[in-house]
Write a protein that binds this ligand. Structure first.
Ligand SMILES: CC(C)(COP(=O)(O)OP(=O)(O)OC[C@H]1O[C@@H](n2cnc3c(N)ncnc32)[C@H](O)[C@@H]1OP(=O)(O)O)[C@@H](O)C(=O)NCCC(=O)NCCS
Length: 127
């Protein structure tokens, strides 16, 4: 797998890809893509899903995170995103206990601000 750091010329391609992720992914602004460096907005192009792309990405992220002395990874997904839920659980993430369930997934109400309820996932890293 080739992991390419975000560079300004790549931003239009990233925005175009993110537009394919509705309703669970919303393209951010150009300035956001330059500023953010979080484990978020993970998305595989619809024509390449279920081929292990996200599995390979998470494997690489785990290794790099360990090198950077991280011992846990967190990510969130939107309520009702069952494909994401199954992916994160399959890849070893635990669904963090929230305050209610939506579609059988534990969620934390307003986790990212008012109206932004999220399912939260945690992966404890081990060597
Ligand atoms: C969620 C998403 C990123 C998964 O990417 P992917 O590259 O297709 O995932 P992988 O092929 O690496 O799948 C790894 C495992 O996760 C599970 N999985 C992935 N997609 C699944 C689905 N739709 N239903 C059930 N299980 C699924 C499977 O166990 C899979 O292993 P397998 O194919 O050997 O059975 C992709 O569906 C996507 O881009 N969705 C739209 C954007 C989005 O919602 N992103 C998540 C935001 S938090």
């Amino acid at each position: 797998m080739i992991i390419e750091p975000l560079r300004v010329p790549l931003i239009p391609d990233v925005v175009a890809l993110m537009e394919l992720g509705a309703p669970y992914i919303t393209p951010r602004t150009y300035s956001d893509y330059w500023l953010y460096s979080e484990f978020q907005d993970i998305m595989t192009h619809p024509e390449h899903r279920r081929r292990g792309v996200t599995r390979a990405l998470v494997d690489d992220l785990r290794k790099q995170a360990w090198v950077w002395s991280c011992r846990r990874l967190y990510l969130t997904s939107g309520p009702g995103n069952i494909a994401a839920h199954k992916t994160w659980e399959t890849l070893g993430f635990a669904n963090v206990r929230g305050d209610r369930f939506i579609d059988g997934v534990s969620v934390i109400t307003d986790y990212k601000g008012p109206g932004k309820t999220r399912a939260v996932y945690e992966l404890v890293l081990e060597r």
